[in-house]
Design a protein around this ligand. Structure first.
Ligand code: BES
Ligand code: ZN
Length: 876
């Protein structure tokens, strides 16, 4: 491997910067083949820094044309060049440093730094891309004011954008023009952005609650002008929500969003100039599904919310990444809950956490929410830092209450405005605002792994009290054998025989119907008193109050009671998932449990009859536990057998309900309006789920219904629902519909990605041969992350039969593709490699195959990004 022992960055070695950057003046002479960057950095020795302290300027793949200190070439020996960049010694206490570099945007396939997408010049700097543009102290705790002058050919690049406000613009000789931008807010280099292109601007306005007029501008390729309305509407909703729910207002006169086709991630929160993957901006009912609409709204809100949680208050170092990402995910989840998805959002998030973060936390890549070491920071934009990080924020709110939490947040933004801080600082303000001792809670940030909580109850009928015994244990994770007890809020209610919640008193407090017990020790007991009857069921972990695995030892009858009666949408869904999981596990032991399956049919039948359940919740209740989650139930499992058992349970449980499903399905014609309303989206989610179920169980007329739904669909939601329903079906209709879809959408890359994903994920036919054909399709490009993800992602995530071929050919093929991708785009190859890291959880034969493939890959000349993932995956 190229980097056999990549050097580790350690949190314990953090040192505050020795130099303050007073301000920065950047001049870009833009050209795709070769761009010249002139930088004037005014620095001053920081208070408390040693007199001889050197100035570190990071730089990567730069051609250095000129370096001057106070207008003169530095003395010989004053500049050292190393793998990180430049080190300047012998500087006076303050100095003006001029750096001129040359970079090659066109040759930049990594999509970090300055690169070209569809003819547009654009940047991606987080976390360490700025050093690919110019030499600079590229670390988040160095904040400064930026003045940026852009110069380019006027006809090729009529639009010139950077952070902040445009203060000057004009024509230049030889068909060139320029613009000067100033950002009044000091910022770290990772928030720098520029864009130069021939783009259309779709604009709107927003008045903040204190009366500031903000111009909202979305920049897209000209032909996409008519697909921006949803993005703009989402932005306005997010701006209003941040004022209403968090008291946060926007702070510049303009907010710009630029959509580009080639982007490694979803989007980036650069100050005043967000860059977006086009798939999270562009939408029309004919091209985007309801899910796409919800995601677009969520990503727009997320990047907007960063203006406070990330930009105004930023991270001291990258170990603190969750400070901005966990908090901002929490904020966007709240937004989507309150504005769009309501009750079902918590279920979606809990399901996502269990399916993706729990496995990460149980595997070779496990790390704490605040890691303490990394080889490649790009590999730490993880489910743990993001989603578990958001859960920690939510638990804090549960523990200290909504009012104290809001006071804490206000204090956080006020006290640390303009600073680069740590997750400790965040917990400190929460402790200060609430007066609570959060010492034990802090362990959540430093301890990896998902805690297992065991719960047992005992009802004492003589005194009408329920004793609750809780225990916690966190399994060891790589590099962390010893685990300590955490502060875990367990929210619960008791249900009576009639299904209603029972009032009781927790430890003598006032009577209530919902309780939060705080588990802080390895084992603890609690008492609910004042009960007039024995509870028929305990509704545990309501609202998914903590990211833990809970084992309450509940029997089928108790869980079925919760499925029918629980008023907490998450707990109800969770009870049904537990029953379904049990049924699948029984089938994998090759002994179906007919009693359990019949109980499931009965309980689900009751749900279908219950008109009180909202369609969107019902649709979610009808989901089986995902393949990924089911794999988690075993130490080792055969992924193809798990898939088969999952389908067998689906058939057994739902076949007796075929008629009720058909009659209970909303009418596609009635809801095919593409309206972005909670009601319409809920109805469409339900009708698509029922269609998929009916096809899966082989219900009479189901394939015909799917064909009709596809042919008559006006909205993409219904078209995709029909295609997804038949995608694993052996019926020839599948091929016909998919071919039709490809013909219709081959010119539209974002829609074509849906076709790529369906074809790659389909288990019918010869999956490997089809994968090869997809890569030869004229719409496929290795240089575009969306295309690559659409073709390779679903193959690994859904095509169990072909990815997990017993001869290992699926793994080998993927490894070959990843090696090729790695030579172009290391960030994307490292992310896509994740499914190849789970070899320890597969049956012995496949496990050996996957490990062999990883070892072969480890011997290749890989990027530090991919090398780091593979090394950790193989470490024992
Ligand atoms: N700051 C990130 C973008 C980013 C991630 C830059 C990794 C560099 C490396 C941005 O705020 C973000 O988190 N985007 C998410 C989407 C969001 C809705 C969670 C993304 O891009 O996936
Ligand atoms: Zn983010």
């Amino acid at each position: 491997m190229k980097d056999a022992t990549p050097s580790m960055v350690l949190l314990s070695e953090y040192r505050a910067p020795d130099w303050v950057v007073e301000d920065l003046d950047l001049r870009f002479d833009l050209d795709p083949a070769s761009t010249r960057v002139e930088s004037l950095i005014r620095v001053r020795r920081a208070e408390g820094a040693e007199a001889g302290a050197a100035l570190r300027l990071h730089g990567r793949d730069l051609e250095l044309l000129r370096l001057e200190v106070d207008g003169k070439a530095p003395e010989s020996g004053a500049v050292t060049t190393d793998a990180e960049g430049l080190l300047l010694t012998g500087l006076p206490d303050s100095a003006a440093i001029t750096v001129e570099t040359c970079i090659r945007p066109e040759a930049n396939t990594a999509l970090e730094g300055l690169y070209v997408s569809g003819g547009t010049l654009c940047t991606q700097c987080e976390p360490e891309g700025f050093r690919r543009i110019t030499y600079f102290p590229d670390r988040p705790d160095v904040l400064t004011r930026y003045r940026v002058r852009l110069e380019a050919d006027a006809s090729r690049y009529p639009v010139l954008l950077a952070n902040g406000n445009r203060v000057e613009a004009g024509e230049l000789p030889a068909g060139r023009h320029y613009a000067v931008w100033e950002d009044p807010f000091p910022k770290p280099s990772y928030l720098f952005a520029l864009v130069a292109g021939d783009l259309s601007c779709v604009s709107d306005r927003f008045t903040t609650r204190s009366g500031r007029e903000v111009a909202l501008e979305v920049y897209v390729e000209h032909h996409n002008r008519d697909r921006c309305a949803h993005a703009l509407a989402s932005l306005k909703r997010a701006m209003r929500y941040d004022e209403d729910a968090f008291g946060r207002e926007y702070d510049l006169d303009v907010y710009m969003i630029v959509a580009v086709e080639d982007f490694n991630m979803g989007a980036m929160e650069n100050k005043g100039l967000n860059l977006f993957n086009a798939k999270y901006v562009l939408a029309s009912p004919e091209t985007a599904t309801d899910n796409d609409y919800v995601h677009i709204e969520g990503v727009i809100a997320h990047e907007y919310f960063h203006n406070w949680s990330g930009n105004r208050v930023t991270c001291r170092d990258w170990f603190q990444l969750s400070l901005k990402e966990g908090l901002t995910v929490f904020r966007d989840q709240e937004f989507t809950t309150d504005c769009t998805l309501f009750g079902v959002k918590r279920i979606d998030d809990a399901q996502g956490l269990r399916a993706f973060q729990f496995p990460e936390d149980a595997g070779p890549l496990a790390h704490p929410v605040r890691p303490d070491r990394y080889a490649e920071i790009n590999n730490f934009y993880t489910m743990t830092v993001y989603e578990k990080g958001a859960e920690l924020i939510r638990m804090l709110r549960t523990l200290i209450g909504r009012e104290a939490f809001r006071r804490g947040l206000d204090l956080y933004f006020e006290r640390f405005d303009g600073q680069a801080v740590t997750t400790e600082d965040f917990v400190d303000v929460m402790a200060e605002a609430s007066g609570r001792d959060l010492a034990r809670f802090r362990r959540w940030y430093t301890q990896a792994g998902t805690p297992r909580v065991t719960a047992r109850t005992h009802f004492d009928s003589r005194v009408g009290a329920l004793q609750i015994d809780l225990e916690q244990e966190t399994p060891p994770t790589p590099g962390q054998q010893e685990k300590h007890p955490l502060h875990i809020p367990v929210r619960l209610s008791l249900l009576g025989r009639d299904g209603r919640v029972l009032p009781a008193r927790l430890e003598g407090a006032a009577e209530a119907t919902e309780f939060v017990v705080e588990l802080t020790e390895e084992a603890q007991s609690f008492r609910l008193s004042g009960l007039r009857e024995a509870p028929a069921a305990v509704s545990w972990l309501r609202g998914f109050s903590a990211p833990v695995r809970l084992d309450a030892g509940q029997g089928t009858a108790e869980l079925a009671h919760l499925v029918v009666h629980d008023d907490d949408a998450f707990a109800r869904w969770d009870a049904l998932q537990a029953l379904l999981r049990r049924a699948v596990i029984a089938r994998i032991g090759s002994e179906p449990d007919p009693v359990l399956e019949a109980a499931l049919t009965t309980a689900i039948g009751a749900l279908l009859e219950d008109s009180g359940i909202e369609p969107v919740v019902l649709a979610t209740l009808l989901d089986l536990p995902s393949h990924r989650e089911l794999m988690e139930s075993f130490e080792r499992a055969d992924p193809v057998a798990v898939d088969a058992a999952r389908h067998a349970v689906e058939q057994a449980v739902f076949q007796p309900l075929a008629e009720r499903l058909a009659s209970g399905a909303p009418d596609p014609g009635r809801w095919d309006d593409g309206a972005f309303t909670a009601e319409a989206m809920g109805q469409r989610r339900l009708l698509n789920r029922i269609l998929a179920l009916r096809v899966a169980i082989g219900a009479a007329g189901a394939v015909e219904d799917a064909v009709r739904q596809y042919r008559e669909a006006r909205s993409q939601t219904l078209a995709m629902g029909a295609l997804a329903a038949v995608n694993d079906s052996a019926d020839p209709a599948r091929g016909e519909l998919l071919a039709d879809f490809e013909r219709r959408h081959r010119a539209d890359p974002l829609v074509l990605d849906k076709w790529f994903a369906l074809e790659s994920g389909s288990q019918v036919g010869d999956g490997l041969a089809r994968l090869e054909r997809l890569l030869d399709h004229p719409g496929f490009r290795w240089s575009n992350p969306n295309r690559v993800r659409a073709v390779l992602g679903p193959f690994m995530a859904q095509n169990h039969r072909h990815f997990h071929r017993e001869d290992g050919a699926g793994y080998q093929r993927l490894a070959d593709y990843l090696e090729h991708l790695d030579s172009l785009n290391p960030q994307t190859s490292a992310r896509l490699a994740q499914p190849l890291t789970r070899w320890q959880r597969l049956d012995p034969a496949r496990s050996a195959q996957m490990r062999q493939v990883l070892e072969r890959l480890a011997g290749k000349d890989l990027s530090p990004d991919l090398a780091d993932v593979i090394q950790r995956a193989l470490a024992r």
